[in-house]
Design a protein. Sequence first.
Length: 368
Amino acid sequence: MNNCFIILAAGQSKRFKSIKFKQYAIYKNKPIFEHSLDKIIQSKLFKHLILVTNKKISLKKKYSNKIKIIKGGKERSDSSLKALKFVKKYNIKNILIHDAARPNFSINLVERILLNLKKNKAVIPYINSTDAIKYNVKNSIYNLNKKKTFLTQTPQGFKFTDLYKLAKANKIKIDDESALFAQKNIKIKFINGDKNNYKITYLNDLKDNRSYYGIGFDVHRLVKGRSLYLGGIKIKSSLGTLGHSDGDPVLHAITDAILGACRKGDIGQKFSDKNKKFKNIRSTILLGKVIKEIKEHNYFINNLDINIITQTPKISTYKKKIIKSISDICEIPLNKINIKGKTTEKLGLIGKEKAIACEVISSVARYD
């Protein structure tokens, strides 16, 4: 199916009141607009993906061959029309237009829009209004019947030919593309939207709903004949950690700290040392599975504070590489990770270079 998805990220964010346009602000550990890109790419429902921006941006390599970027116009309708003119050459059948400021839409919603486009020219998701709505006319206050009012969302779906014709002929400012169909009394199919698909408008909308904290600790004996992994990085050493998996105490402690913060048990419950399939498995794989699980439950890492306790090797030598490794596994920015190398002043097993330990405190947020 020759479907196209357009993401509008060219707004001026006047109500956001920040030095940064809201579509580029960080939300759940990445710029707001990237949430829409990732979802649509993963859905594999669209042949063409267009990002309309208000400035020149550099995208990550993973997007390079999958997205076309065009510069938007002064108004939303200008940006939309520029995008429609750009994709006209692709002979699009169905087109969905989405506000980048709505990062929490679901793929299920997208699928339902496409399904309804088989028999309709315009498909608009909505949710019912639960608040009392009033309007002011010359200082007189009037009530609207909330049973007859509703809130529309994006993405909105259209037959490309019909939308293009209406957008090209339009001469007035519009709030969204459905208005073009309403002006001409063309039937619009309304479907149930997502309650979590709210629009980020103000800076306060980015604040975490709740934060939780977890503590992780792990220690492994150092022995000959084993490799030494710390934070997913192989360390040059004559001694390695003894363990059922690769024995990476840093990733094990991180895993436990995150599981604790999210109240999801511990590493032993998830990956038992009695299970042969985890024998010598890389801890990067185990932590990756946990990261995927917590994201599915709407948890996102705020920060990790890590103490690596060892007499040798010196952590300062490997700190940058370890931080980069953890950043990649946990899918969080580098500045959310702090590592400190500690010794035990040659006391105990660690001080005698017979063991290595790690303790971690994690903070996670949950978005509803």
